[in-house]
Design a protein around this ligand. Sequence first.
Ligand SMILES: [Zn+2]
Length: 1001
Amino acid sequence: MALDDTREKSLSFTPMVIEDTMRNGRGLSDQWADTVVVRPRTTERHITVHKRLVLAFAISILTLIIVTVIAVLLSVKFEECNADSTASASHGNLTKFNQSRDALFNHRGEDSFQPWRQLRLPGSLRPLQYDLHITVFMENFTFSGEVSIELQCLNSTKYVVLHTDRLAVQKAVVYSEGKKTRALKIHRQFRYQANQVFVIAMHRELESQKNYKVNITFQAHIEDELLGFFRSSYVLYGEKRYLAVTQFSPTHARKAFPCLDEPIYKATFKISIKHGSTYLSLSNMPIEASISEEDGWVTDYFSRTPRMSTYYLAWAVCNFTFKETVTDSGITIRLYARPDAIQRGSGDYALHITKRLLGFYEDYFKVKYSLPKLDLLAVPKHPYAAMENWGLSVFVEQKILLDPEVSSISYLMDVTMVIVHEICHQWFGDLVTPVWWEDVWLKEGFAHFFEFLGADFLFPDWHMEKQRFLTDVLHEVMLLDGLASSHPISQEVLKATDIDRVFDWIAYKKGAALIRMLANVMGQPVFQMGLNDYLITHMYGNAGRDDLWNKFSEAMQKEGRDINIKEVMDLWTLQMGYPVVTITKNDSVDNTVTISQEHFIFDIKHSAPSNSSFQWQIPLTISVGNSSHISPESIIWVSNRSESHKMGSVDDGSWLLGNINQTGYFRVNYDLRNWRLLIEQLMRNPEVISVGNRAGLIDDVFNLARAGYLPQNIPLEIVRYLSQEKEFLPWHAASRVLYHLDKLLDRTEEYSIFSEYILKQVASMYHRLGWPTSAGNGSVVQATYQTEELRREVIMLACSFGSKHCHQQAITLISEWISSNKNRIPPNVRDIVYCTGVSLMDEDVWEFIWMKFHSSTAISEKKVLLEALTCSDNTFLLNRLLNLSLSSDLVPDQDVIDVIIHVGRNPHGRHLAWKNFREKWDILNTRYGEALFINSKLINGVTEFLNTEAELNELKDFIQTNGGGAAVAFARAVEIVEANVRWHSLFEEEFFQWLRKSPTS
Ligand SMILES: [Zn+2]
């Protein structure tokens, strides 16, 4: 939160308002300022102060002495505070300290006098309607604005507190509304930057139950940073062009206009935008009228929005073109992008699926889409993949544009999921908005969960919700949430600068996993009924998690099922982590099993005792099976630490299987005998167990062993069944855990014993499936997803674990490309081929790929080429790539992070990436520090596979001197590296011992 004063001063306009409270010192900005003479800046204050001093003189000498004493004390305080505030402009830490001191202050009961010192708005005023007019100057990247806010006074107050940040307020007027509108006398006005607010102190109190209007004119920059109202550029036909667009979530609307910038303050907005006639403008609503002036300016007047939160407001000024389509219910969908992309048809896919998705959601939620139009805007730069502004969703180009001839299936899937996600938000987010950011998972969890339902609607054969959800969401987040440094999904957050922190994988992926678990417990019709009721009740308003739980409980009651959803779900949302359920068959003959739960944690030997008190109410589904048959699932609610349950008949040859289809958010462990029976079953006839459970068993077994809950040979034994596995999902689950193990072992002496063992498990499937034959024959959409993805997965495993055949194939394909200069490599395996080629072939191939990276125009291809460059064995080339990425603009900004992370995954580059990361941290932190999400991706990406004692010490040393800004990400990094180091010291020997004796190695 660096306050950049120089930037504001470089503007030519002169703000009428006193610069702000920070400059005058904290102690003087408030009640003291009226009574003591310190650098008065306005005539009004000067006179007030002067009079009072004269009065003091006149009344008595005694008073004078008192005043003098106070003044002396205060001047001391002033010195202190002044020092504080100068420092805080450059030091985030000090600012944080000052703010927490403010929070302390508030608790002492002074808040009623100084509402601007509170971290949240005081709540005495409620906005009803905003009229906002913006004039955009693209030639010098500034804009000016005028906002008129209609406010309802709920509790009488002297202060109008509005959010502003980086805005130069020129003039503010407050009117009383009623029979005759009149301007009210303002006592003083000032900015309080610590909380990003602008305060208008009135001469007299505003009265409760009356309406007022605040008019403010202001000016600001169109930022070069990706927040607020910002600019970016692209090259069209050799000419650089600019566009300007907004990103207001979570707290940046205040950078574009003064407003009550918290989600709860919903209001209607009427926007008009004046811009040069060579540009067009877009906003949430359609244009009602457009008026051209003779001097080359146009003003677009947009229709009034429904009630909505400030952070969903959006506008853009650009010279894009568009394509459009209309849904059956008459909603116009347009896709705006740079003209060459529109011409190439790169937006057609997105447009096509958006139309179908609006229909899907309207049917599923039984609530119509609320606005007359939906625009999708593809921009070259954006801090997130996309942002779901109501009626004007903004996407970074890579997540919406698609060239069918060169895009792989995974790229298509990526684009699809992002679009499905953003469209879902039009209901979960835009229409019903979480009350506050602690429950951001309410919208993000839903949108992430619906990515899979929506994709299943578009591509029923993909079985996304039953399959890919497991590997991409459930397995992924259980890795994170199994750390002691995890946090509950609902996390308290107050400060604006901390809000970015809540948008993490826990909110998205754990949110989605919990919603999926609940949907499965409730059953789809009841779940849908609950959602419909929730949306109808809260539309155009806000809701918290309890509102949702209530609707779900009601829906269950209507079905005659009495479950207190809140009671169950609070345990999952307010506690961090998740349980491991252990199912043990009792030796006695009475068919009972013991089911126990404990907090799963990777650091099993060192876990903090406080965690052992964690307990959940777990909907455990369970089946009994034998060689050819599996029983229907039954559900057991496990709520005690350990309980006994009677099963049907469980004879000696029968196994138990828990968490059927992995719908639950927990791991399952068994006694060793049961594990043996399950492995035998997989070897003999895997299809008795569902695809989801096969994938789940693999993920559980590897992670249970990694954390020390199981012997190290169990995971190595389970992968031997893979030669029987014909489905993509278990292979995908296996390759995820195997790559992880690979990175742990890739610098050990006996690595080849491991890689040969894995290659042996992969070989037969690799030879059975072979390579895809032709390139770019028809659309990827038509390709059979499961088959192609399975083939791809197996080829990737074969090439990475050292298959000679696979290597030769990659070399041949690359050589053909170089000699013919025609790329016939099938898009779906290009990343594997390029990477393998770069790692095995000479420097010329690296240069060739580097050249292709620069000449390629297709966005998806560019990314694949860049990542291939990180695969080289040659540390000189890797170093060159890192230097070019960090110090030139040859590599796009958003890809720099990926380059460093990928170099770190390469065993030859791991040390280099880690060294560069430390040396360039200052640059990286300045460039990406604002976007915490990117920052923690970088920190965890670079450190994830460090696994030696020395590296752990380097990491700890580094954090001591540099780690202040990203404490959460660094704490996680330390825990992961500690776990890696511990795995080596505790389990590496046991692991290799089994491998050395293994019958197949
Ligand atoms: Zn989202």
